[in-house]
Design a protein around this ligand. Structure first.
Ligand code: DLZ
Length: 170
């Protein structure tokens, strides 16, 4: 099992059976990234983060399909079409919704999240959720490679992890 402390008595997982975990390694699987052009200054950096995660985990450039859609609203339908091809071990969805600039923000956000989740449930293909919802541009930038890391990178890692878990469970 996992050893967290030097003394077994300090290890809260001592004696707990091993868990099934995803490997953070890509060995020939294909991935698709659906990225919104709206707020491209930020989504381009999320895309860079996702590519970084995939390539450094062993993915080949030719095994990554990038699909650019107009805005976050268009992400679910493109993700669904890609998932239905069954060519991809995982789909990474990237977008930025800024509350201040988006009319009917909640309605759009809810529908995008629901659509991506529904595509994942109904196709069985992991869909990593990298759609940022922020109050301000600064908050979004902080999550695209500044103060709070890069959510595109995190989504890329989540897709790799879930693709591995799915192959172990299936
Ligand atoms: C129209 C719109 C607005 C106001 N705001 C955003 C946003 O903050 N982020 C985003 O990704 N897309 C936005 N869009 C565009 C919609 O997602 C969609 O592309 C258009 O309504 C066309 O269907």
């Amino acid at each position: 099992g996992t050893t967290l402390g030097f003394w077994e008595s300090e290890n809260p997982l001592h004696g707990v059976p091993a868990a099934i975990e995803g490997d953070l390694v890509v060995t020939g699987q294909k991935y698709a990234i659906v990225v919104a052009r709206w707020n491209a200054v930020i989504t381009d950096r999320l895309l860079q983060g996702s590519l970084d995660a995939l390539l450094r985990s062993g993915a080949k450039r030719e095994d990554i399909e990038i699909v650019r859609v107009p805005g976050a609203w268009e992400i679910p339908s493109a993700a669904r079409t890609l998932a239905e091809t069954k060519k991809f071990a995982g789909i990474i969805t990237l977008g930025v919704l800024l509350r201040g600039e988006t009319a009917h923000y909640e309605a759009i956000y809810n529908e995008v999240a629901r659509g991506i989740g529904q595509s994942q449930q109904e196709t069985g293909v992991p869909h990593a959720f990298g759609v940022l919802t922020c109050e301000t541009l600064e908050q979004a930038l902080d999550r695209a490679g500044l103060k709070v890391g890069n959510k595109g990178f995190e989504a890329g890692i989540a897709a790799i992890e879930m693709a591995s878990i799915q192959s172990k469970l299936g």
